[in-house]
Write a protein that binds this ligand. Structure first.
Ligand SMILES: *[C@@H]1O[C@H](CO)[C@@H](O)[C@H](O)[C@H]1NC(C)=O
Ligand SMILES: *[C@@H]1O[C@H](CO)[C@@H](O)[C@H](O)[C@H]1NC(C)=O
Ligand SMILES: *[C@@H]1O[C@H](CO)[C@@H](O)[C@H](O)[C@H]1NC(C)=O
Ligand SMILES: *[C@@H]1O[C@H](CO)[C@@H](O)[C@H](O)[C@H]1NC(C)=O
Length: 571
């Protein structure tokens, strides 16, 4: 099931971005991650300094914090600067006792008195007044005052974070993201709570953009190779096992012909024609037509239409049970793509109640469980799938892989060794099964046995040279293993040559360009990935990456050059 496979591999292939996300303590990739990583690896002393600085001015305690008095008392109390100072102090005192209106009154006076060359003091006073407005929930005034403070001092972290928070509260997410990104950069990606905020805003913004995008998106048919693999992930596919009837021009036979000729773009049209043509169409033919059409809607990412077709099959108790089970498995995997695991498992259960001996159900549920990191359940499912389909290489490989994951989870070295040894039997039993080699290589990656993993990726490529995904995996392995960016890019370009619809390739390449500071290129690549993404989940993820890159590009231009750290390619 390549649709979920992509996601599964993105999760389990320790992509650098995922690793970084873990370091940051955030579950979703941060396009900003690399810079964080670079800095986290810097000299310890600079990190310690930063840690101290973050204490007090960080994102954690700033909810209602103001900047106190730092300049020395003047001897001449009558100068405008000294008066400004005096009023600011009174404002701070009022603020300290939660008399916010009074604080604002004094800050107004302070701002009136400070001469314009006291930029630092003025910026602080505006920020403090913003804090008072913040306490009164007057957000438009908070925004205005933060903006004034930032005009005077563009690297004022406290004002950036305050404006970011208010922008987030008022659903102005793009500005919020820019501000929090600027803060991240100025803090050298050292403040955990700022990073978490960036991550949160990115996720929200990604979701928002994805919702808008999914409405007007043009469906794209996946590559022929992808479609072939997708269908082959079902052992007992009731549509392809269709037996021709006498009347070859009727019903399902036309569809099968188009399918065998790989005229995939015609399938939906033919199905619809056949369904509409006959009032008294044979029920079994009609169900198969609906299943085929629903499957192609699914492949195109047209989920609502797919669900409609599948639902008609599922709710029809007279439908052939293989057809219903297949429809349920497909709907279950679709529910996963819209992050609804509960509904997904309900469908799997229903499928099992209809036919407990169908290996496909356990195979696909095993993948879903693996995706959710339910390793034990995934292992039980894979075992069952293999029991029911003992001659299927993919089933064998998945069982070995889940055994390995389970052993790794229980941290038993001898179990891990045994799982690895068992896995090697696959190459005698199923010498032509690509999945065996891929999952074996995946396991080696997980165990950081990079050199051997590369060898096995090379073997899969030999067997299935048109499978784009494998090249991307091999490229990612290079990044993890040697850090050789050029080599990684070469592999991914090969992937795109095999399949110019390989969304995973564009997304990965974009991530690499972000890491190299090549933000404009990255944004272009993410756009290409977006055009090919099928599910809301994929679209959301890519938007998060793209939005992060865009924000960094903008902030790079906005911040003074000497304060920018780690961003190249912005001038
Ligand atoms: C801030 O510093 C104080 C003492 O200087 C310390 O007790 C506290 O744990 C620090 N807080 C953080 C978030 O580092
Ligand atoms: C917010 O503050 C501004 C500036 O003082 C003021 O003009 C406005 O009326 C306030 N808005 C609310 C809702 O209190
Ligand atoms: C490529 O190969 C992997 C592993 O063998 C498989 O999971 C995936 O579905 C394949 N992708 C395509 C598009 O055929
Ligand atoms: C940016 O990408 C181009 C190719 O698109 C590459 O030639 C260049 O070296 C990259 N820049 C950096 C800083 O890596």
């Amino acid at each position: 099931m390549p649709v979920a496979n992509n996601t599964a591999s993105a999760v389990s292939t320790s992509l650098p971005k995922w690793q970084l996300a873990l370091v940051v303590g955030a579950p979703v990739a941060l396009g900003l991650g690399y810079i964080y990583y670079k800095n986290a690896n810097q000299s310890k002393s600079s990190r310690d300094n930063k840690g101290k600085k973050a204490n007090g001015s960080g994102a954690g305690d700033k909810q209602i914090s103001i900047d106190g008095d730092t300049t020395k008392k003047s001897d001449k109390p009558e100068t405008p600067a000294a008066l400004g100072h005096k009023y600011k102090l009174l404002g701070n005192q009022a603020f300290g006792t939660r008399k916010y209106d009074e604080a604002i009154y004094y800050y107004n006076l302070a701002i009136e008195h400070f001469p314009s060359n006291e930029e630092d003091e003025l910026a602080k006073t505006y920020q403090n007044r913003a804090a008072a407005y913040d306490a009164l929930e007057n957000y438009s005034a908070v925004k205005e005052d933060c903006t004034k403070a930032l005009e005077l001092n563009p690297t004022y972290i406290k004002a950036l974070l305050r404006r970011a928070r208010v922008m987030e509260k008022t659903n102005n997410l793009e500005v919020a993201l820019e501000d929090v990104t600027a803060a991240c950069i100025l803090e050298r990606f050292m403040d955990q709570s700022t990073l978490l905020m960036a991550d949160r805003v990115l996720k929200q913004l990604g979701k928002q953009h994805a919702q808008e995008y999914m409405i007007k998106r043009t469906p794209v048919m996946p590559s022929k190779h992808f479609i072939k693999t997708y269908f082959s992930s079902f052992r007992s596919d009731p549509t392809l096992n269709h037996k021709s009837t006498d009347d070859d021009n009727k019903g399902f036979s036309r569809v099968l012909e188009a399918f065998r000729e790989q005229k995939y773009d015609d399938i939906i049209k033919i199905c619809t024609e056949e369904i509409d043509q006959y009032d008294s169409i044979d029920i079994s033919d009609k169900m198969k037509l609906l299943l085929m059409r629903g499957t192609f809607y699914l492949l195109l990412g047209q989920h609502d239409k797919a669900i409609d077709d599948l639902e008609m099959i599922i709710s029809n108790e007279e439908a052939d049970k293989d057809v219903r089970v297949n429809a349920l498995i497909k709907r279950a995997t679709m529910y996963m793509q819209v992050e609804n695991p509960e509904k997904s498992f309900t469908d799997f259960d229903k499928a099992i109640s209809i036919n407990p001996d169908c290996g496909d159900i356990y195979h696909h549920r095993g993948q879903v469980n693996l995706l959710l990191d339910h390793v034990e359940e995934a292992r039980a499912d894979s075992k069952m799938a293999l029991k029911l389909n003992p001659n299927v290489g993919i089933a064998f490989a998945q069982k070995c892989y889940t055994d390995y994951r389970f052993a790794a989870m229980s941290r038993s070295k001898s179990d891990v060794d045994k799982a690895m040894a068992d896995f090697e039997r696959a190459f005698e039993l199923f010498p032509d099964c690509c999945e065996c080699y891929t999952l074996y290589a995946q396991m080696l990656c997980d165990s950081q046995m990079y050199e051997k993993a590369d060898l096995y990726f090379a073997k899969v490529i030999e067997k299935d040279p048109m499978n784009a995904t494998i090249y991307v995996h091999r490229g990612l392995l290079q990044l993890q293993w040697t850090g050789n960016v050029e080599k990684a890019i070469n592999y991914i370009n090969k992937a795109l040559k095999c399949d110019d619809k390989c969304e995973f390739g564009y997304e990965t390449l974009g991530t690499i360009e972000v890491q190299r500071g090549n933000l404009t290129d990255a944004i272009e690549l993410f756009d290409k990935a977006l055009a090919l993404a099928r599910t809301a989940l994929e679209v959301t993820h890519i938007f998060s990456l793209k939005d992060a890159a865009k924000a960094q590009l903008k902030v790079g231009k906005r911040l003074p050059k000497n304060s920018i750290f780690g961003i190249q390619g912005v001038s």
